[in-house]
Design a protein around this ligand. Structure first.
Ligand code: ATP
Length: 463
């Protein structure tokens, strides 16, 4: 792994951490164990240092005889330089010795220590490696605002938002005054959030830039606890509808002491990803904490006036907060299937298919002329494409055998394939003229539908 700051290869592993020996940058090791297997362990490093120390004690290279040709001297020097260059251990040891009045010989080989250590916070309990001093992490991304702003000007400092929620709270008053809504009401937002995650991994599951979907549901204080349960039910229905069955979602009622300090009730919805059970969404009853803070910080009243009861109060809020990327990943995990097939001749095959619920499929229907050389089939297929396109995403394909085209669509999860064939032209059976073959992705069954009914037929099935 290269240093993320200076790009140097000279990094040393210490438990889960890597220290750049060039610039001192400390990085979290995000690689998998198999990627680091070939790495120099501290023990190996010490062995190699010993060898290097022995080399240092060895007599210097014999001088080249003056009468030898200049060319061969250059060659020998190049080889020596190269050997020196290639030794990463030397870089590491040189770095350790930099600025110190010491040489390899002065270094003591300690080796691995096997004694049991108790009551110590100096070592990683998982692997015994020495821990660094506790350090602060920057969890948010800092930037400077203004084209000519100075990095050191505190007034030019800005932070990338780590959640979408706070922009909803900033807009709450505008929305309340302009749309004249009454409690309870919700404001939903979807957008980018940025977190300086220590350990980004697992595809889009944990990234530093991600898409968040949040709802702030404003309510009367006495309704908060009831509404958090109602939202739990709504959210489970949502996951069901997008293809993640509620039976596959673990509901964690976050106990006292583990919730954020302002939350009176929090549910975490978790999903069993291939890399473990992980959070999909949090649903939290955040009381009036956020709006009270905004009111205090802005000095502007953010209270709600209830015309019926003539009361003024800061609304409470229930917040379902979900990751869009994680939801999509869960949908893909649910949909992915490798189906074993046996053809008429008993030959086995595996079909890769994404069984998206049709409303979530990126392509709703694929349209094929059976033969790309048949002008009439191509014309009708193109016409169908034109008719469907304003209503849904469709894909036209005329290359390769139709069976291969079906398989390609299975792999991207297209629920319906429409084929314009010889029956469409009325060539084999006049009664089938003007109909197309529809092939279903999941069952692979085929049926005939009239072209004029196609749009309604599809709309009823993709909503
Ligand atoms: P985690 O414990 O997994 O870090 P969190 O409790 O910090 O998540 P919240 O602050 O509640 O997450 O954010 C709401 C949702 O945003 C999470 O449930 C998750 O789906 C999503 N999310 C949070 N961090 C990330 C990330 N780094 N990458 C992708 N999605 C994320």
């Amino acid at each position: 792994m290269k240093c993320t700051k200076c790009g140097s290869d000279a990094v040393m592993k210490d438990g889960d951490w890597l220290t750049c020996l060039n610039c001192g940058n400390v990085m979290f090791d995000t690689r998998r164990p198999e990627e680091t297997a070939a790495e120099i362990s501290p023990t190996k490093l010490l062995e190699q240092m010993e060898a290097a120390a022995a080399q240092e004690e060895a007599p210097p290279l014999r001088r080249t005889r003056p009468e030898k040709k200049r060319k061969s001297r250059r060659k020998a020097k190049d080889a020596a330089d190269k050997a020196e260059e290639k030794n990463p251990v030397k870089d590491i040891v040189d770095f350790m010795l930099a600025g110190k009045d010491a040489s390899y010989k002065d270094m003591e080989l300690k080796g691995e220590c096997m004694e049991t250590v108790t009551d110590s916070t100096m070592y990683n309990p998982a692997n015994g490696s020495l821990l660094t001093e506790a350090r602060e992490f920057n969890l948010m991304f800092k930037t400077t605002i203004g084209a000519t702003s100075d990095e050191n000007d505190p007034n030019a400092t800005g932070w990338l938002r780590p959640e979408t929620a706070q922009s909803i709270f900033c807009q709450y008053k505008n929305i309340l005054d302009s749309s004249r809504v009454k409690l309870p009401f919700g404001i939903a937002q979807i957008g980018k959030s940025f977190r300086n995650e220590i350990n980004p991994r697992n595809f889009t599951f944990r990234s530093r830039e991600f898409e968040q979907m949040e709802i702030e549901y404003f309510c009367r204080p006495e309704d908060g606890l009831r509404l958090v349960d109602e939202w739990l039910e709504h959210r489970l229905c949502f996951y069901d509808e997008v293809g993640v069955p509620r039976e596959h979602i673990h509901i964690l009622d976050v106990p006292d002491g583990e919730r954020a300090f302002y939350s009176k009730k929090t549910y975490d919805l978790e999903y069993e990803f291939p890399f473990g059970i992980q959070e999909l969404e949090g649903i939290a009853y955040r009381t009036d904490y956020d709006l009270s803070c905004h009111q205090k910080g802005s000095g502007r009243p953010l209270e709600y006036f209830d015309e019926e009861t003539r009361e003024k109060f800061i609304p409470h809020v229930v917040e379902p907060s979900a990751g869009c990327d994680r939801t999509i990943l869960a949908i893909i995990c649910e949909a992915y299937d490798e189906e074993e097939l046996v053809d008429d001749k008993g030959k086995k095959d595996v079909r890769t298919v994404l069984r998206f619920v049709p409303r979530m499929a990126p392509i709703k229907a694929a349209i094929f002329p059976l033969l790309k050389k048949n002008g009439e089939q191509v014309r009708i297929a193109r016409e169908i494409e034109k008719t469907l396109q304003p209503w849904m995403s469709v894909f036209y394909d005329e290359t390769g055998a139709v069976g291969r085209r079906y398989r390609r669509q299975d792999e991207v999860g297209t629920p319906f394939c429409i084929t314009v064939d010889f029956e469409t032209l009325g060539e084999n059976d006049a009664s089938l003229k003007g109909t197309v073959t529809i092939r279903h992705r999941d069952s692979m069954k085929q049926e005939r539908v009239a072209i004029e009914d196609l749009l309604h037929w599809l709309i009823a099935r993709i909503r």
